[in-house]
Write a protein that binds this ligand. Structure first.
Ligand code: SAM
Length: 253
């Protein structure tokens, strides 16, 4: 479990992330699938940058994360934007997701699914609560990024509020990256350490997991340019559609 104190510095350390481009792509996919309103889940919402953009757009958002600290940040931002009425915060593990009704779609961004040691439970749960024809829009780091960019390398970041030394270590024959963060609060000089793993999945493993749980992978593109995938794409972006035909043994929510 990570993203404890890191939650309070996440936005500062992630300030180069282009949530506007991500939002535009997601909004276009939602519109293309006829999802102009309704309930969406943000699976592993983090500090809620994307959640709140979608809430501002009129979607009713369920923001799910297993980190209480991340959800506190989302709640504070939602208060400031007067968006709490459009938002349900749930502290849950995606592998044991339990919603109170159906959703029209789900998003999951900035590598949340790479944090899962297996994709099956999270995808099955998202599918269980999703209406047929709904979309699961998510990104993941590619094997290229894990093996060639993160590798066994160390990076340093200087955000406005915090500095961070980010160490990566490849494990399990390159199928897992252990990430250790040493973060220093620029204001008071306090330091703390967090650790978590990202798991590597090939495109075919991801497609197979989606198909096992009632989704069709409709498209995959580069998750940074939103153009075609290349051999050096660092992030995938997936659009998967919940099938109209029921899986054997599947029941309606
Ligand atoms: C890299 S952050 C991405 C946050 C956000 N989606 C974004 O776009 O900035 C990954 C998030 O996934 C959450 N997470 C990781 N594993 C999880 C799990 N099994 N269940 C729920 N949340 C999880 C972490 O707490 C963290 O907030």
């Amino acid at each position: 479990m990570a993203y404890n104190e890191f939650a309070y510095f996440y936005d500062s350390l992630n300030e180069d992330a282009d949530y506007d481009a991500l939002y535009r792509h997601i909004k276009a996919e939602l519109e293309a699938h006829g999802i102009h309103s309704g309930i969406l889940a943000d699976l592993g919402c983090g500090t809620g940058e994307l959640t709140l953009m979608l809430a501002q757009d009129g979607y009713d958002m369920i923001a799910i994360d297993q980190s209480e600290e991340m959800l506190c940040v989302v709640r504070d931002k939602a208060d400031q934007l007067e968006l709490t009425g459009r938002l349900l915060l749930l502290e849950q593990d995606l592998c044991h997701l339990d919603l109170y009704g159906t959703i029209q779609g789900a998003v999951s961004t900035f590598d949340t699914f790479n944090h899962l040691p297996t994709l099956d439970a999270a995808i099955a749960n998202a599918g269980f609560f999703m209406e047929k024809g709904g979309v699961l829009l998510f990104d993941m780091n590619t094997p290229y990024k894990h093996q060639k960019v993160l590798g066994n390398n160390t990076f340093t970041f200087e955000g406005e509020e915090a500095g961070c030394v980010w160490r990566n270590q490849l494990e399990d024959g390159g199928r897992r990256v252990r990430i250790s963060l040493d973060i220093t609060d620029e204001e008071n000089g306090e330091s703390f350490h967090e650790e978590f793993c990202e798991y590597t999945y090939s495109l075919e493993e991801i497609r197979a997991a989606l198909e096992r749980h009632g989704f069709t992978l409709e498209s995959v593109c580069d998750g940074e340019t939103f153009g075609p995938l290349t051999d050096t794409s660092e992030r995938y972006f997936f659009c998967a559609v919940k099938n109209y035909t029921q899986l054997e043994g599947e029941q309606d929510v």
